[in-house]
Write a protein that binds this ligand. Structure first.
Ligand code: NDP
Length: 445
């Protein structure tokens, strides 16, 4: 296998899918050597079979808005790979959603899920529906209409969706409610559900908490045991960003930035627990904008900006893909940043990743660092199958252990001759090897 040849072929067959090509490129570059050391992989054309999704559902969703207008959106579900378990991955509602973005996310999800140590395949779905400014009824109408089309392709042992950008507890509940009505079963075919109907404790917190657990494992390798004295810049102000901030505060660190798609806030005094509670309320109850934080607490707000120019020792990108470029990466390093741990999926551009690796800082790619979310989803599936619920402490303990195991797997495959741990390489090889071995064992299907 030659990375460039495979990529050229995918670009010819699937043109105009830049995010998908970007994600595939990064993985192939890391695994080329290992892949070529296993002739049985090439004999089974594993590389094409692992890069191209098993199937993609693509459909129109028709729904009624509050004024009685009939509206349409496109929706998709990418079932990428089920070699090690049912397809598993979130649903994203955002106007930018396209087949390319969902294919990149489903591809990444396959390796991430393999890393979690739990039996889950990879999938992803979503719609170009924009939830911003919609009423509760409109959100419910849309979720129900989407489920009418998709439900037949889901199931507890087939495909188990969850949340992602624009899809939180409210949207999961509306989708799951309709799914249940149509499928006439109650087996938990969604994760991120409400606690009253099969959800797991710690699931809302899991991606953010898991990212910090992963970060702590990385810092330990440099002799750092807590976050006292560390200044963190976080992007986003949604599910992942807010719980990341909560865990940073709990471990004694300082949080100086948060953002949304309109701009970022910079609070030199630090966003403390009380201010963070305000953000939870602002975002989850009023669905407000991060600008309102600056108005309330009188700090700097930069419209249209990204937080990477603010001086920090740790950067935690937690908003969206390609939100941190090569120039941002250079600035972070110049300002003394020692670690970048990704809460979002593929937030750093290839140029930024190159800068981090060249400077040998601690850099954790999303597929390892943010795997705590899907890991806890896996734990939710287990609890649903067993028809019982674990305590907060039990789930948190399992999450910590899984993040530690993912870290160890990255070290196993990512340590370089000078001792530097290349977490990109480590995560890609560890995830790939597990999926590849399962595919080889299962034959040509
Ligand atoms: P939310 O919808 O809760 O929050 C997303 C945040 O990112 C919001 O503040 C949003 O701002 C901002 N944002 C979204 N799109 C853009 C954009 N194009 N430019 C700038 N800011 C943007 O989503 P999550 O917190 O769940 O997801 C954040 C990231 O984490 C995503 O990359 C997701 O794939 C990843 N992730 C999430 C997991 C989970 O468990 N939820 C698990 C693993 C990864 P605004 O409100 O203005 O849109």
């Amino acid at each position: 296998m030659k990375t460039e040849e495979v990529l050229n072929d995918l670009q010819r067959r699937f043109p105009n899918e830049p995010e998908y090509h970007q994600a595939v490129h990064e993985v192939l570059e890391s695994i080329e050597e290992v892949y070529n050391a296993h002739p049985e992989f090439e004999k089974l054309n594993l590389i094409e079979r692992i890069c191209i999704p098993d199937r993609i559902f693509s459909f129109r969703v028709t729904w009624l808005d509050d004024k009685g207008n009939v509206r349409t959106n496109m929706a998709y579900r990418v079932q990428h790979n089920n070699a090690i378990g049912p397809y598993k991955g979130g649903m994203r509602f955002h106007p930018s959603v396209s087949p390319s973005i969902l294919k990149f996310l489903a591809f990444e999800q396959t390796f991430k899920n393999a890393l979690t140590t739990l039996p889950m395949g990879g999938g992803k779905g979503g719609s170009d529906f924009n939830p911003k400014g919609k009423s509760n009824t409109e959100i419910m109408n849309f979720c129900q209409a989407l489920m009418l089309e998709l439900w037949r392709n889901l199931g507890p042992d087939t495909d188990v969706p969850a949340g992602d950008i624009g899809v939180g507890g409210r949207e999961v509940a509306y989708m799951y409610g309709m799914y249940k009505k149509l499928a006439r079963e109650n087996t938990g075919t969604f994760t991120g559900k409400g606690i009253e109907f099969g959800g797991s404790l710690i699931r809302p917190e899991a991606t953010g908490y898991g990212n910090i657990y992963f970060l702590m494992n990385m810092l330990k390798s440099r002799g750092i045991d807590d976050l006292k004295g560390q200044v963190t810049a976080i992007s986003g102000s949604g599910n992942v960003a807010t719980y990341t901030a909560q865990k940073v505060l709990e471990l004694g660190g300082k949080v100086i930035t948060l953002s949304d798609s309109d701009g970022y806030i910079y609070d030199p005094d630090g966003i403390d627990k009380e201010k963070l509670d305000y953000i939870f309320e602002l975002k989850n109850v009023y669905r407000g904008r991060i600008r309102e934080y600056a108005e309330k607490y009188g700090c700097k707000y930069v419209p249209g900006g990204r937080p990477w120019g603010e001086k920090c020792t740790i950067a935690l990108p937690s908003a969206t893909q390609n939100e941190l470029n090569g120039e941002d990466a250079e600035t972070l390093i110049k300002n003394g940043c020692i670690a970048v741990s990704e809460g979002a999926n593929m937030p750093s551009t290839p140029e930024a990743v190159e800068v981090f690796l060249k400077n040998k800082i601690l850099y954790a790619p999303g597929k390892a660092a943010n795997a705590g979310g899907v890991s806890t989803s896996g734990l939710e599936m287990t609890q649903n199958s067993m028809r019982l619920s674990w305590t907060r402490e039990e789930v948190d303990e399992k999450l910590r252990r899984i993040m530690g195991d993912i870290h160890d797997a990255c070290v196993k495959y990512g340590v370089e001759s000078d001792g530097y741990i290349n977490y990109v390489k480590g995560a890609n090889i560890a995830g790939f090897m597990k999926v590849a071995k399962a595919m080889v064992a299962q034959g040509v299907i």
